[in-house]
Design a protein around this ligand. Structure first.
Ligand code: SF4
Length: 527
């Protein structure tokens, strides 16, 4: 059986970093880990080819070669997901779909023409699919409520990836998160009881990447790396030895809840294992909003102290922020800016609250009659207007959001924050031998020197900050430069945010005015 794995294209987003990736000749930030895991779970006597549409198009020869097409993706990839299913059908190929989008909205995805829906986690549903194929079934829906034991999940087929095209690799140690944030779909898809692989499994995955020649960063795509702290520490103790034996070949980064700051042992181990960044879901500095959204873990300790403590361990904090929670007071955007500036978080991902399918938030808002969408999921991404009626006027929230995003990514403010962050941060602990930078890296540095050190108004700050970091934190200067490089993306992306939100807001207000006018005339007519 010849299987063509297709990963749909993402729209331009906060994380797409096109301009920064182009500087180092990369096409995408992260690979499709789900699809290479699927390829490892399916029979190994089948043949596999993988095309990531974020890198290139599928060729006619590849469509022709395949006996079956398998696709996976997230809701933000919806447009290309639908287009690729339809293209595969034009080539007369059966299509099987799975992953978070199909699992959350199977009927919508089936409407695009998929033949097989492999829902939930593949360790359980892929074998059901294989059995159905063996029995000659030409369509079917394979689903389970059960959450599989991931200690038997095989090493993903990293060999199927075009490794040079990616900036980071990804691996996964755990699935699920113990918390109960109302807007979160992770706990719906993967449950609140974190399940982990064994340390030996994860080390085998890292060894595989090492053997394939990978030497750049690796992202542990866990929903919450510290969801199961005991198992996380067991892994880190073994990883520390592995890293030292392999001369610390990669930097690692991951996602965690803010209570990481309360666990010194975990932070020590992460620093020893060459972790250099962590994403935290901070959401908002407003404690009332955190309580409304049931993010109680963010209320227990002062947020800014927690962020600063994590940074002292050499972990660069990136964080997610949201505007639009129920009961939010005016000025929420301004308060996010104040918090981000105070804590010197260079990369602050800021978006308007969106309701994801299946979440507790969706259930509540449906009961309250506040959803703006019908059964269709609509277009959910970081540059779309809210898909429900918030407790403040949408136009106020949207304006606060646009202004706050614009200010956060003002080139001078971004540079100042990045500088302060690297001064506050501890330095990497590893004693790895210095590696000669590749020609691609040297070229990227020269371009940054030219653009940010010569052409831009911020050039004097750029050089002053660089020289000071070289003196004060000599191990941090290359990472400071890499975050400066990401600033290239935000110059364009903040324009896109402003333009797209303003466009949608104008359309929303036009529709609202028309509805109000119609309601008014109906009232007059009835009277
Ligand atoms: S901490 Fe993060 S992953 Fe866990 S429930 Fe909250 S939003 Fe979801």
């Amino acid at each position: 059986m010849r299987i063509l794995l297709v990963y749909p294209r993402f729209p331009q987003s906060y994380w797409s970093f096109e301009q920064a990736l182009a500087l180092v000749n990369r096409k995408a930030l992260l690979p499709p880990l789900g699809l290479v895991t699927v390829a490892a779970i399916l029979p190994q006597d089948w043949e596999y080819r993988l095309v990531d549409r974020n890198i290139r198009d599928v060729t006619a020869a590849e469509w022709g070669w395949a006996d079956l097409v398998i696709m996976s993706g997230m809701i933000v990839q919806k447009a290309d997901f639908a287009a690729q299913i339809q293209l595969a059908k034009q080539y007369g190929k059966p299509v099987a779909v799975g992953g978070p989008y199909a699992s959350s909205l199977p009927d919508e995805v089936q409407g695009f023409g998929a033949d097989y829906l492999i829902l939930g986690e593949g360790e359980i549903t892929l074998p059901l699919f294989v059995e159905a194929l063996a029995n000659g079934k030409t369509s079917g829906r394979f689903t389970t409520e059960e959450k599989p034991d991931v200690t038997t999940t095989p090493v993903p087929r990293f060999d199927l990836l075009e490794l040079d095209a990616y900036d980071n690799m990804s691996v996964q140690f755990s699935r699920g998160c113990p918390f109960q944030c109302e807007f979160c779909d992770i706990i719906i898809l993967y449950g609140r009881k974190p399940r982990t692989k064994t340390p030996a499994q994860l080390l085998a995955e890292l060894q595989c990447l090492y053997d394939l020649g990978w030497r750049r960063s690796i992202f542990l795509v866990d929903d919450n790396f510290i969801g199961n702290k005991r198992n996380g520490k067991l892994l880190l103790r073994e990883l520390k030895t592995w890293m030292a034996e392999h001369d610390h070949p990669f930097f690692l980064n991951t996602e965690a809840s803010i209570d990481l700051a309360q666990d010194d042992e975990m932070l020590e181990l992460m620093a020893d294992c060459n972790f250099n960044a962590v994403f935290l879901g901070i959401e908002t500095p407003d404690t009332d909003s955190l309580a409304v959204t049931k993010k109680f873990q963010n209320i227990r300790d002062p947020l800014s102290e927690s962020v600063q403590k994590i940074m002292r361990y050499g972990l660069r904090v990136t964080a997610g922020f949201i505007i639009g929670f129920d009961g939010e007071k005016p000025g929420a955007g301004e308060r996010v800016i104040q918090f981000v500036e105070e804590t010197a978080i260079s990369l602050a991902m800021f978006s308007m609250l969106q309701v994801l399918p299946g979440t507790a938030l969706e259930t509540r808002l449906k009961q309250e009659g506040r959803m703006l969408m019908g059964e269709e999921s609509g277009n959910i991404n970081q540059t779309t207007l809210m898909n429900f009626l918030p407790s403040r006027p949408i136009e106020t929230i949207a304006q606060e959001y646009i202004q706050a995003f614009w200010q956060l990514y003002d080139p001078q403010k971004y540079l100042d924050r990045t500088y302060r962050q690297f001064l506050l941060m501890g330095e990497p602990r590893n004693k790895a031998k210095l590696r000669t930078p590749s020609w691609v890296v040297i070229r990227a540095m020269l371009i940054i020197f030219w653009r940010q050190g010569v052409l831009r108004k911020t050039r004097w700050s750029f050089w002053r900050y660089l020289l000071h970091i070289m003196q004060a934190k000599p191990k941090n200067w290359q990472y400071y430069l890499s975050i400066c490089a990401l600033g290239e993306h935000f110059l364009e992306y903040r324009q896109l945010v402003r333009q797209q939100i303003e466009q949608q807001l104008a359309e929303y207000l036009r529709l609202k005015a028309a509805q109000d006018q119609q309601a008014e005339s109906e009232k007059t007519f009835a009277a």
